[in-house]
Each structure stands twice: as structure tokens, then as C-alpha cells.
Unconditional design. Structure first.
Length: 127
């Protein structure tokens, strides 16, 4: 669930007008993120956060949907902590991540794509 923070800045000035102390007061609002994205957008817009601490670990008990949180925050143009959309999308798919790594010459363990079993070569594909 993303945590949103609204910031208010205060400072105490000395006799010359120089800040002696600065502190930040903020409110924390939690928003539960589900597949009902319209509801989440309405709730996030209601708080109008300055920053979101993206603590989403799954959506509808699925890690494959983690990229939805940064995608939604990008769409709303709200700064957030955590992994940004593109690396989150790539790394939530093991196969896509392996293909990207292999495409950059980074060794990865072998894999078989089960959507096309005709390509499996028992003499070559050993794991």
C-alpha cells in the first residue's frame, strides 16, 4: 500500500531573521491498492500528496502486478520512493528479465519457454 505524505514547513527565526531551526510536519495517509484503479486514483487525488512512499508488495496477492503502483504514480505525476516503472516491469517477469540480461551479455541460467515446446532441443537444452 502506498504511503502518501503532505509536507508543511515551519521555521523559527532569530532576531536577524536567520532561521535557527527548521522542522517538517507531515500527515501520513495509507491507500490500499487493488485492481480498482479508479478508486485508488480518486483517493490519492483527494490527499494531493507531495511524495508517496511506495510500499506495495503485491496487488491482489500477485507479485506480477507490482509495476502497477509506479505506473499509477507516474500517470499522476507524483514523486515516489522505490523502484521506478521500467525496472519494476522488467524484474517482475523472470523470463523478460533473463532476456534483457542475456541481450546485454550478462550470463544467466538457461531457460525453456513453455509457450513453444517445439523449440526444445533435448541434445542442446540441458540444465
Amino acid at each position: 500500500m502506498p504511503r502518501m505524505m503532505n509536507w508543511t514547513y515551519y521555521s523559527r527565526l532569530n532576531w536577524s531573521g536567520t532561521p535557527l531551526l527548521k522542522w517538517v510536519v507531515f500527515e501520513i495517509h495509507e491507500v490500499t491498492l487493488s485492481l480498482d484503479l479508479e478508486s485508488a486514483v480518486r483517493e490519492i487525488k483527494l490527499f494531493d500528496p507531495y511524495l508517496v512512499f511506495n510500499l506495495v508488495e503485491s496487488i491482489n496477492n500477485s507479485g506480477e502486478l507490482l509495476y502497477i503502483a509506479p505506473a499509477l504514480l507516474n500517470y499522476l505525476k507524483i514523486p515516489y520512493t522505490g523502484v521506478h516503472l521500467e525496472p519494476m516491469f522488467i524484474t517482475t517477469s523472470k523470463l523478460l528479465c533473463k532476456k534483457v540480461l542475456a541481450g546485454h551479455g550478462i550470463p544467466t541460467a538457461g531457460w525453456i519457454e513453455l509457450d513453444n515446446p517445439e523449440k526444445i532441443n533435448p541434445e542442446k537444452d540441458t540444465f
